[in-house]
Design a protein around this ligand. Structure first.
Ligand SMILES: CC(=O)[C@@H](O)[C@H](O)COP(=O)(O)O
Ligand SMILES: NCC(=O)COP(=O)(O)O
Length: 249
């Protein structure tokens, strides 16, 4: 990141759709939340169209593509169905995420090193269509090296374990995870990858991650939507922005 350039905040609006779907109602509307997030300073909007459609729907993606001012980061599994949807909409960014049917949330990163030929073939048409392809991975060097080898433009490092250790009071494990994320970010940037991070970040955990100088973008969702219940989405995003900027200052 060039000095003075701000760390971007991508706001993930998946869990607006989770609340909507809990009652099968038409509200709350993820596009309305996304526009509010843009007005509050989000640099982009992230939405994960899961194969089981548990939150974001195909119609949500359609409306986000039509209605957003800022770039859409479209998260999806590496399946033919999702590739066709991405190629139809050509969002600014496509982030490939591993999915397990029964998981509560995205548990780990992609095994790029173990699936490199298939993933190389999978991302090639997306890159050719002008989408900035990102791979959601752990901080292990072999995964980062494989991401660079297969031609991804971006890696997003999974911060879930760091956040979980923090919540559980496992400070030694949290700090070890943070060090590994720092090393991973450095390695990825050295290999020419743009480096993002996200998953599970909160007001309490964001600063040490935002301070990692190689990071260009954080994607944050579940906590911001939860916090919006108490303070509103705009103020929650403003506060997150302040914490990110302070960590960079
Ligand atoms: C890939 C990622 O970290 C986000 O998409 C996050 O997982 C939100 O979606 P879920 O809560 O469905 O996992
Ligand atoms: N890719 C991570 C993301 O979009 C947000 O994850 P979370 O903050 O909802 O856990």
């Amino acid at each position: 990141m060039a000095s003075g350039e701000k760390l971007r905040l991508g706001v993930n609006i998946d869990h607006v759709a989770t609340v909507r779907n809990a009652r099968g109602s038409a509200y709350p509307d993820p596009l309305r939340a996304a526009k509010l997030a843009e007005a509050a300073g989000a640099d982009g909007i992230t939405a994960h169209l899961r194969e089981d459609r548990r939150h974001i729907s195909d119609a949500d993606i359609e409306r986000l593509v039509q209605g957003l001012e800022r770039p859409l980061n479209f998260e999806m599994a590496a399946t033919g169905e999702m590739q066709a949807i991405a190629l139809r909409h050509k969002p600014h960014a496509v982030c490939i995420v591993p999915e397990k049917r029964e998981e509560r949330t995205t548990e780990g990163g992609l095994d790029v090193a173990g699936d490199d030929n298939r993933l190389a073939d999978f991302i090639a048409p997306l890159s050719a269509a002008g989408c900035r392809v990102s791979l959601f991975i752990g901080h292990e060097p072999r995964q980062i090296e494989a991401a660079a080898r297969i031609g991804a433009a971006v890696v997003e490092l999974h911060t879930g374990a760091y956040c979980d250790f923090h919540a559980e009071g496992e400070t030694e494990k949290r700090d070890a995870e943070l060090e590994a994320l720092k090393a991973g970010a450095k390695l990825a940037q050295g290999l020419g990858l743009e480096v993002h991070a996200g998953h599970g970040l909160t007001f309490d955990t964001v600063a040490p991650i935002a301070a990692i100088p190689e990071l260009v973008e954080l994607n944050i969702g579940h906590f911001l939507i939860a916090e919006a219940i108490f303070d509103g989405l705009g103020p929650a995003i403003t506060r997150m922005r302040e914490l990110m900027d302070a960590a960079r200052a």
